[in-house]
Design a protein around this ligand. Structure first.
Ligand SMILES: C[S@@+](CC[C@H](N)C(=O)[O-])C[C@H]1O[C@@H](n2cnc3c(N)ncnc32)[C@H](O)[C@@H]1O
Length: 202
């Protein structure tokens, strides 16, 4: 299923690159921005898309690894957001084999609008991977999509309570939960809304 989703993103990449770049990282992260770590921290943005948020954080003085399995997004991101503080990695959930091979500690993991593409088993596996990659005190910030998906990019609803329970089993304590509207007008019109969750590795 993950392969089909990634092919769906690649097929629509030209349109999506423009849409992702039209979103303000600052506005998107407003509900949780105060819980981002202080710079300089090492941040992994998983499912980074065009690297819009990764570049915003690199500009603030963080070192950011933008993890993105779709080559079209990585190429666009490297051109749009070249920065010595921004590293690109072709890797994917739930295993994140490439990130694990780097053997580097991560202070904060971002998963903006990616969780909906994993099933329950993959989500639990992903949380286990994230626990291995982070030390106690590290943060995990994720957004859960509610509402219809786009054709060709299958989504599986992630009930926040289940994600919170799975995260607790993996060693993560909930710090914040916020409900928000979609940042993209096209998604707002079709009733898409989001739950932001912030966890701390116990
Ligand atoms: C809706 S886009 C969000 C992009 C970006 N995080 C943002 O907020 O604009 C979802 C992204 O997750 C990536 N993705 C999908 N499945 C993934 C997986 N299993 N592991 C890592 N990234 C994945 C897609 O390629 C796409 O870039």
């Amino acid at each position: 299923m993950i392969d089909d989703v990634l092919l769906g993103y690649a097929a629509s990449a030209a349109e999506l690159i423009a849409r992702y770049e039209s979103i303000s990282a600052e506005q998107l992260y407003a509900p949780v921005a105060d819980l981002l770590p202080q710079p300089p921290s090492r941040i992994a943005d998983i499912g980074a898309g065009t690297g819009r948020d990764a570049a915003w954080l690199a500009d603030k003085g963080h070192h950011v690894v933008a993890i993105e399995p779709v080559a079209e997004f990585r190429r666009a991101g490297m051109l749009l957001h070249a920065s010595p503080s921004l590293e690109w990695l072709d890797d994917r959930l739930p295993e994140l084999r490439g990130l694990r091979a780097l053997k580097t500690g991560i202070d904060c993991m971002l998963l903006s609008a990616v969780w909906q593409h994993l099933d329950d088993q993959q989500r639990r596996a992903a949380l286990h991977t994230i626990a291995i990659l982070t030390a106690p005190g590290a943060r995990v910030i994720m957004s859960l999509r509610h509402g219809a998906g786009a054709p060709g990019r299958i989504i599986i609803e992630a009930p926040p309570e289940r994600t919170i329970a799975d995260a607790a089993s993996a060693g993560f304590e909930l710090m914040r939960r916020r409900e928000t509207q979609s940042a993209q007008p096209i998604n707002r019109q079709s009733g898409v809304h989001w739950t932001w969750l912030v966890f701390q590795h116990r």
